[in-house]
Design a binder for this molecule. Structure first.
Ligand code: PRT
Ligand code: ZN
Length: 304
């Protein structure tokens, strides 16, 4: 098993994912769907890639950008919020970019928002002058405040940010919001979005140059295939030629269809990959517009 050390050249790719937490399971599921499988070490911190020379490191999400910056890992699955915070903090220290977002992954969606006590009226960022804002994202918040031309003090907290106004340690907060239930439970209301976040694949700022480059290119291609297919379905139906233009207008999210004409004439057979949701309602609309024998098929893999 490879020792976990940084190295300028390696022939195996290393990906850091969250050990436990919101992004852990979806990250594993995505990498499995890309054809990766692993053997877990006893300490459950390192998973040795069996199907491909791609190993996993199971860590805290906060550590992922640093592991990429130090060359210990080549890629990581991490929230854009965490990646951008650490990149903003590096920039504030005058350090160069050490990692970049390679691909948005479509899970772990949330927003980094300013939230104020629900009894306040929100009149815009100027209202924040001289206030204390609790957050776990001090660099993103400081950059945003500077852009707004507002001087406020940033109170850095590593957790339970939402109770800071009640405790009197801050006047308002800047935190991640998904359903909004936590804000509601703490009598806070969201007023400004600083960042739209989701899980992303992070990679090194510079291209990999050794054998890992080909592996990385293959992994990214597979990942794009998996993500593109996530909500996609193969739609098959028959239709008379004169109804086809109207049917295609009902499928703006579909690829150009493949047509098959029967030698004996009669209706055309069509098949197309549809990238939006194919609901019962859509099928019924297509049927009313002349589609016959509609079939919706799941697609397992595609390199299209
Ligand atoms: O142990 P480790 O350090 O790895 O985990 P962690 O506790 O730091 O991270 P974790 O698992 O809580 O979150 C990992 C990533 O999930 C975050 O960096 C975000 O990219 C993403 N994510 C998505 C969220 C949320 N949604 C989210 N709602 N991370 C945190 N929250 C918290 C938020 O901070 C607030 O306390 O959930 C609360 C708000 O949720 P709602 O639904 O009430 O609005
Ligand atoms: Zn964390």
């Amino acid at each position: 098993m490879s020792p976990i050390v940084a190295s300028a050249t390696r022939d195996r790719l290393r990906i850091a994912i969250q050990k436990s937490g919101r992004l852990a399971e979806p990250a594993r599921a995505l990498l499995s769907a890309c054809g990766l499988s692993w053997r877990e070490s006893r300490d459950k911190l390192f998973c040795y890639g069996e199907s491909l020379p791609v190993d996993l490191l199971l860590v805290r999400d906060d550590d992922i950008p640093g592991l990429i910056a130090d060359g210990v890992c080549d890629f990581g699955v991490v929230g854009r919020n965490e990646l951008n915070e650490q990149a903003a903090a590096r920039a504030r220290f005058g350090l160069s970019d050490a990692y970049r977002e390679m691909h948005a992954l479509g899970f772990g969606g949330c927003r980094l928002m300013l939230a104020i006590p629900e009894t306040w009226d929100w009149q815009g960022p100027a209202q924040l002058e001289g206030m204390r804002i609790a957050t776990s994202y001090p660099a993103i918040l400081s950059d945003w405040l500077e852009k707004q031309g507002v001087r406020a003090s940033v109170v850095e907290l590593s957790g339970s940010v939402e109770i800071a106004p009640k405790l009197g340690t801050a006047d308002l907060i800047c935190d991640l919001v998904s359903s909004g239930a936590t804000l509601l439970a703490n009598q806070l209301k969201p007023v400004e979005t600083l960042l739209e976040s989701e899980a992303v694949l992070a990679g090194p700022a510079r291209e990999l140059e050794d054998q890992r480059a080909d592996l990385a290119a293959m992994l990214l291609r597979r990942m794009e295939g998996v993500l593109k297919l996530k909500d996609s379905k193969l739609l098959m139906f028959r239709a008379d030629r004169d109804t086809v233009p109207a049917l295609l207008r009902l499928l703006p999210d579909a690829d150009p269809p493949t047509y098959l004409a029967a030698e004996t004439g009669g209706p055309l057979s069509l098949q197309t990959m549809c990238h939006g949701l194919v609901t019962w309602q859509r099928l019924e609309e297509l049927e009313r517009a002349g589609a016959q024998g509609l079939m919706v098929l799941s697609v397992e893999r595609s390199l299209a």
